[in-house]
Write a protein that binds this ligand. Structure first.
Ligand SMILES: Cc1ncc(COP(=O)(O)O)c(C=O)c1O
Length: 390
């Protein structure tokens, strides 16, 4: 195989495992030998270490990010039918959790630069039925909590952060997971902190929320075979906890590596941005991006009549990169309000113009802590050529 045709993956969990293999294998072996496979010291240790990492008093490990969001809403005492304001430009786990917790998702459009909820749009959809806000720190950039906080405080709304893509991001020095009533993380394998399977976490400073999530994840048990309520089977297994403890030690360095790659992309691609051929992701003042995904925008060019050709510029660029062995992603091609699952909401095209435009324009470039600099150079170079041609 020539160097030129080397395949460059968008994400690479196997490379991450390889980089910490001896420690991960030892941790897994330790759990297998212990006989404690669900809960136990590995899970408790991971909870304490993750709470310290986020700067919160409590962290409760659960089976997925979706469960974390659902349990956090239930623990915040969301009333049946209460409205939860969230972004239409996110993964469906966000709204699944809202509906499974008995709430009703209400969308607020996003801002152009960070892809997070626009506080002005949030304000415009608040009603007496609003029970909570669920900002999403999409791609790893923190949502505008400074503007959302007063909206929530004035109305005593719970704020449940969807931090599933934002391990280690911060705003004004405060880490995600410690900004709201509760923070929710996913440890899906491709995340900045990823398990070798599924996992999730709820973080909070509120001991009542922590206690309720602990109960909910464990069939509503307050003590063995005493069920204060019906709960769920939503626990984290000990093997995943042991693996995550190893990886958590590397997370600061891995996030730094993502930051360096983001800087490289920005440096090599800014001249194309100056010519209006693409838009680069930004980091707002005071924010620290976790660079879970590096999402550029590839807009239609006005001269081309707004995408009237057979293929959008974004899709043409993506296809060209694929022929070079460079894998890219589209997170997400269809905003939630246009998904068949939410047809019943009757939110037609044009309901959330920024979310819809983002869905047409975004392209995520290869980004992970084990991407080599020369690979990122090749991605930037090939993207430049593709942008010129599209
Ligand atoms: C923004 C967002 N919310 C929720 C989830 C759900 O997490 P999980 O897949 O662990 O259930 C994910 C991840 O997949 C996500 O990216």
């Amino acid at each position: 195989m020539t160097g030129e045709m080397e395949r460059i993956a968008a994400l690479d969990p196997a490379a991450e495992y390889a980089s910490a293999r001896a420690a991960i294998d030892a941790a897994v072996g330790r759990v297998l030998a212990s006989g404690r496979y669900v809960g136990g010291p590995e899970v408790e240790g991971f909870e304490a270490e993750f709470a310290a990492f986020c700067g919160v008093a409590h962290a409760v490990a659960v089976s997925t990010g979706t469960d974390a969001l659902r349990f956090a809403l239930l623990a915040a005492d969301l009333k049946a039918g209460a409205e939860v304001v969230t972004s239409p430009f996110t993964f469906i786990g966000t709204t699944e959790a809202i509906h499974q917790a008995g709430g009703r998702a209400v969308f607020a459009d996003i801002v152009e630069d960070t892809f997070a909820m626009d506080p002005a749009c949030v304000r415009s959809v608040l009603t007496p039925r609003t029970g909570a806000l669920m900002p999403v720190h999409l791609y790893g950039h923190p949502a505008d909590m400074t503007a959302l906080d007063p909206l929530a405080r004035d109305r005593r709304l719970a704020v449940v952060e969807d931090a599933c893509q934002a391990h280690g991001a911060s705003l004004g020095g405060k880490l995600t997971g410690g900004m709201g009533t509760a923070g929710c993380f996913s440890f899906y394998p491709t995340k900045n902190l990823g398990a070798c399977g599924e996992g999730g976490m709820v973080t909070t400073d509120d001991p009542r929320i922590a206690a309720r999530v602990r109960r909910l994840r464990d069939h509503g048990q307050s003590e063995k075979y005493l069920h204060a309520e019906e709960g769920y089977n939503g626990r984290l297994d000990a093997i995943q906890a042991a693996i995550l403890r190893v990886k958590l030690r590397h997370l600061p360095a891995w996030n730094e590596r993502r930051r360096a790659l983001a800087a490289l992309y920005a440096d090599r691609l800014s001249r194309f941005e100056q010519r209006g051929l693409l838009r680069l992701p930004i980091e707002r003042p005071g924010a620290r991006h976790a660079w879970h995904l590096y999402a550029v925008r590839i807009p239609e060019l006005p001269a081309r009549g707004g995408g009237s050709g057979p293929m959008s510029r974004r899709d043409a660029v993506r296809e060209r990169l694929a022929t070079q062995g460079i894998e890219t992603g589209i997170h997400y091609p269809i905003p939630l309000h246009r998904q068949p699952a939410y047809e019943g909401m009757r939110l037609g095209a044009g309901s959330f113009p920024e979310a819809e435009r983002a869905a047409r324009e975004v392209l995520t470039l290869p980004m992970h802590a084990h991407l080599e600099e020369r690979q990122a150079e090749r991605v930037a170079q090939a993207l430049g050529v593709a942008l010129e041609a599209a």
